[in-house]
Ligand binder design. Structure first.
Ligand code: PMP
Length: 324
């Protein structure tokens, strides 16, 4: 028997997939964690499960409670799956610049979705701050607070990192991924560095984010943007990201990301979302820098199905000056 224990038992333990064309071309093993295989279809299922578990452990969330979160989508989707399986309700605050598919899916999954204007984090009407304030008005409710709740990075320290170590027999030379909350990079990097301090950790950043400059210059100043990627890039250093052992950063343009996503679709058969395209560009850049013979691991964060109206819409791309 090789079975998984229900929804919760189906989160994590994702396959590590060799991306054949990129590996053959670079002479490196370019390996991706198949996070699209999680029940909610993305890497964020891990964070959702750990944040809810930690809230249960601390007693903040009890039977019949409510989880409130500000999320651009995938964390909300993950939270809804875990909430439904545990009998909690969920209220999701979302900025109004996100794809319609993500909003529709959250409602289908049973969330009360509140769409709010897209304003910077420093503004009190920011979607995350509104979520926090609303949770505080309810009994038996928690604000998941994915950006600054370190249960998020703990998920990756306790699951993603050990899985990668095991799946590569400890033979991993570099790990790279993009950062939204930073949970994935922070937890995985900590675990891998503890196992072998020589593992290169490289942050992959889209344009219109401050993280590339933060890693390479120490100053979290924004680079020119915006980017059409969703769920990645940040203007600030979150609690999750603080203290992460990072060796270097690479910055990837939207055109390179689009080229990668369409190449994967047309010649390898994969249907990936934008952060995965960006991660694979970063993995190739690292392979070229390290030279042949290295194992480079990255995250296949989600598939393309939520991005029909943007990344897979020729008119949208043309409007942004992007070609396929
Ligand atoms: N890719 C996708 C598709 C995401 O939704 C997110 C989360 N916003 C990320 C990557 C980044 O992951 P993290 O929040 O762990 O940095």
């Amino acid at each position: 028997m090789d079975t998984k224990d229900g929804l919760i038992g189906s989160i994590g333990n994702t396959s590590l997939i060799r991306i054949n064309s990129l590996s053959d071309e670079t002479g490196c093993e370019i390996l991706g964690k198949a996070e699209f295989m999680n029940p909610g279809g993305s890497v964020k299922d891990r964070a959702a499960l750990w944040m809810i578990r930690e809230a249960e452990k601390s007693g903040a969330l009890k039977s019949g409670g409510t989880v409130v979160e500000g999320t651009a989508g995938n964390t909300g989707i993950g939270l809804l799956h875990v909430c439904n399986s545990r009998g909690y309700s969920a209220v999701i605050y979302m900025p109004d610049n996100q794809s319609q598919e993500k909003e529709d899916l959250l409602r289908t999954l049973g969330a009360e979705v509140r769409i709010v204007p897209t304003v910077p984090y420093r503004d009190e009407m920011n979607f995350q701050k509104q979520a926090g304030r609303y949770a505080a008005t309810l009994d038996n409710a928690v604000w998941a607070n994915q950006f600054d709740n370190t249960a998020n990075r703990l998920a990756h320290y306790e699951s993603t990192g050990p899985e990668i170590w095991q799946q590569t027999d400890g033979q991993v030379d570099a790990f790279t991924c993009s950062v939204g909350t930073g949970g994935t990079l922070a937890g995985t990097a900590r675990y891998l560095k503890e196992k072998n301090s020589k593992v290169h950790i490289i942050l992959a950043d889209p344009m219109g984010s401050a993280l590339y400059n933060w890693v390479t210059t120490g100053e979290a100043t924004m680079t020119p943007g915006p980017s059409i990627t969703e769920g990645i890039g940040n203007s600030r250093i979150t609690e999750n990201l603080q203290g992460t052992p990072i060796d270097d950063a690479v910055q990837i343009s939207d055109q390179d990301m689009v080229d990668m996503v369409y190449r994967m679709l047309r010649t390898d058969g994969w249907f990936f979302g934008s952060s995965t395209g960006l991660n694979l560009c970063a993995a190739v850049a690292i392979a070229k820098k390290l030279g042949p013979g290295h194992k480079i691991v990255t995250m296949l964060c989600d598939d393309g199905s939520k991005y029909q109206s943007r990344l897979f819409n020729p008119e949208f791309l043309a409007d942004k000056g992007l070609t396929t």
